[in-house]
Design a protein around this ligand. Sequence first.
Ligand SMILES: Cc1cc2nc3c(=O)[nH]c(=O)nc-3n(C[C@H](O)[C@H](O)[C@H](O)COP(=O)(O)OP(=O)(O)OC[C@H]3O[C@@H](n4cnc5c(N)ncnc54)[C@H](O)[C@@H]3O)c2cc1C
Length: 306
Amino acid sequence: MSTDRPEILENVPLEKFTTWGVGGTARYYWRYAERLLPHAIDWASKMAVPWVILGKGSNVLIEDSGFDGLVIHMVGNRKISIDHAVGTVACSATVPMPALAMATAKLGFTGLEWMAAIPGTVGGGIVMNAGVGSVFNGDISSHLISGMLFQPGVGFVEIPSEKCNFGYRYSRLQAENSICISGIFRITKEENSLMPLSRLTSLLKARKAKQPLAQRTAGSTFKSPAGHPIGKLLEKSGVRGLKIGGARVSDTHCNWIETSNGCKSSDIVKIICEMRRLTFVRYGIRIDPEVKRIPRSQWPWEAECH
Ligand SMILES: Cc1cc2nc3c(=O)[nH]c(=O)nc-3n(C[C@H](O)[C@H](O)[C@H](O)COP(=O)(O)OP(=O)(O)OC[C@H]3O[C@@H](n4cnc5c(N)ncnc54)[C@H](O)[C@@H]3O)c2cc1C
């Protein structure tokens, strides 16, 4: 049913909306629709409650106590629009990156095949500058032309990629109160139209061999410090198989934390702190989590990890 007001629910459990499967309850919850976004933000402001964006929940750690405000859940709409003549694809922030990769590769366009390996939404990908490393020249900053943002108090604003301040798993959106609504990406028609899909399939196969994809994880937990591949650093620090409560460092990849039934967010916090401590003891390097916490007041980690 279409209404002109956002339908805001109360006391919604969030664990099922995250890939780790942990986290408490949202006091208020709204499933995003673009045209109602300004109303939802006004509503939060009138109620004097904070708001936060949740995408596919594949890079977040939600506290056991949940979020005492409005969670705006950006999933659902899968609008993808390809301009064959210009070589661009526009898509809403709610589209899962694998769906965008598949839609373009199937039509023989190259550029975004690597997105098939990342389960988040396009919006979450832009915020995180998600990527797979140098093989595919694959991070968002190398392919994004522009992003549409909603800035409370300002409205909808289109910004070119150069103004996103992209860095390694960083964009300026992480430091702002903006919401990413959509993006436009560069794509190129390949002469052999079967190649993009074949490349995409090989990437997925290679990942399956190296990553614990059947487990509940949030992918890589920590960023690599300059000059040090994080997987090796953690492995040599002896974290493989480390277990705290329902959280366990994967045997397959030492930078991935798997959760089992009954795992609490606090178990993950503890294991992250222990991984940081062990790496510091072994190498004198403080490693930084890539994963974002909800609520934001829990950033940075130094409050709990010493
Ligand atoms: C199996 C697995 C494999 C992975 N592999 C990779 C990989 O190879 N490379 C990689 O970079 N990442 C990887 N990830 C991590 C994750 O998928 C990415 O970081 C992804 O970009 C997160 O998108 P999301 O929609 O899940 O965002 P969420 O986890 O929901 O949110 C992440 C952060 O972005 C904010 N946010 C989300 N959407 C928006 C929006 N529209 N506007 C404003 N803020 C927003 C949230 O508030 C939060 O701070 C992997 C995760 C898993 C589970």
